[in-house]
Write a protein that binds this ligand. Sequence first.
Ligand code: ADP
Ligand code: MG
Length: 320
Amino acid sequence: MIEIKNINKTFGDLQVLKNVSLTIEDCQVYGLTGPSGVGKSTLLNCLAGLDSYDSGSIVVDSVCLEALGEKQARLFRKNMGMIFQNFSLVSRKNVYQNIALPMECWGVPRGDIKKRVYELSEMVGLKDKLKSRPSELSGGQKQRVAIARALTMNPKYILSDESTSSLDPSITSSILNLLEEIRKEMGITIIMVTHEMPVVQQFCHKMAILEEGEVSAQGDVKELFLQKPPALQKLLGTGERNHIPSSGVNLTVDLSFGTLLWQLGKLLKNPYTMVDSDFFQFRDQKYGNVTINVDTEDLLICENYLQSHGISYRAERRAP
Ligand code: ADP
Ligand code: MG
């Protein structure tokens, strides 16, 4: 588990991270999202030890990173593999040599390096490309090399900074599928910095939105997409739906419970109106929520029904 507690970071006069606190549970995919320039990469770099922070604390598996000496911290961070948008491969080295690089730095014996490179290149589907240079590979293949390289030291965490942002949608899907397979097989936790909402929806369990260095929303992905806090509305480019209808209560409900609308409709004193719907692929499930407008006098009936069935919802009272 990673606990980031009250991290502050400035570059000169610019305060880039303001009291950022997050908890990332094991074996999950945690999405860190927000507009460009809000401090996502800086936060990830603080976690990876590529950047320092002015105050606050990072605790990984009960180890407080500030309490470690430089050497110990470097050793500890073997636990973390990083992948980047620009792949960061060494252009004059071939695929084999790029994957082998971290193991050479850590002084792993040659025979073990060879075994691990073959193992990992098979896992990422690049066994026949070991002699190729990065310039001879597609973007997706380069990212596979970077993933293999990040896995060499058996990390418990993968930190990914916009690793799919320069790839087209079908390659993005294949990279996300690969990461998901690896996550399940090796029990890895993935922290995914991305500004791409489909990546968050399809791949992440939990998410946090950063705005100007502050966490403005965080929680379960499905729940946040239902509650649509202002920070998420801004990212999705959707404003509040203030235009329809102007009275009653707009009730947005999680549709995972199949016969919900039919059941609810039977209980109400007045007919409801369908206002909006939102469907997306959440990991391996289709997920949807629907907004209905109900009469104010029916709200209590709805809330009782939804709460007694444990169904998530959001109610917005309209001006009378
Ligand atoms: P994001 O990843 O969300 O796009 P970054 O973490 O890269 O944002 O940057 C956050 C802010 O910090 C930006 O205003 C950026 O210009 C600034 N910044 C990032 N790195 C440095 C640096 N090394 N020196 C000075 N300012 C930086
Ligand atoms: Mg960035």
